[in-house]
Design a protein around this ligand. Structure first.
Ligand SMILES: [Zn+2]
Length: 173
């Protein structure tokens, strides 16, 4: 994780509009969701209904569940679709997450018809919402989401940096 060093190279950054008060509140809720991740990398996500009502939140649980697909975004989408919409469509909903989504999660966001994606830290190594790819705004897709990136970026990056710093500390004793 060299989030801070490479952060200025992200091409998606220029495409991102300024965050609204609601965007910032949503990422703040995702930060809260990320906490308590134990052995898992602390990444949190929340799904909000079109009127802003929180529907679901989740944190990354790949280690805990032994599931390569148990990213925060996937778990939050699954939980939200159980209580909102027609069973799987999350039309008009917003997903906020502390880290730029990967290709799998970006694909799932498109499949769920999420209207807006708000995220915290940019992920130059695997990011699929503006950094390496721009899956949710690909012009070849019929459904494209609005994107606001880099919201509370320093706080979101610090969550990860603290985690990896602690891990390195544990490893060296
Ligand atoms: Zn992911």
């Amino acid at each position: 994780m060299r989030l801070r060093r490479r952060v200025h190279q992200d091409p998606g950054r220029d495409l991102s509009p300024a965050a609204s008060v609601a965007d910032i509140a949503a990422v703040r809720a995702a930060i809260v969701a990320a906490r308590g991740a134990g052995e898992d990398v602390p990444i949190g996500a929340v799904v909000l209904a079109p009127d802003g009502t929180p529907l679901a939140s989740a944190r990354n649980a790949r280690e805990e569940l032994g599931d390569p697909t148990a990213h925060a975004e996937i778990l939050a989408l699954r939980a939200a679709s159980k209580i909102y919409g027609d069973g799987w469509r999350l039309e008009g909903c917003t997903l906020a997450v502390t880290l730029e989504p990967c290709t799998m999660c970006a694909g799932a966001l498109v499949m769920a018809r999420v209207a807006k994606v708000v995220f915290g830290a940019w992920e130059p190594k695997t990011g699929a919402v503006g950094s390496l790819w721009d899956v949710v705004r690909d012009r070849r897709l019929s459904h494209r989401a609005e994107v606001v990136g880099g919201v509370l970026e320093a706080e979101c990056a610090a969550l990860l940096e603290d985690f990896f710093h602690r891990q390195r500390g544990n490893r060296t004793g």
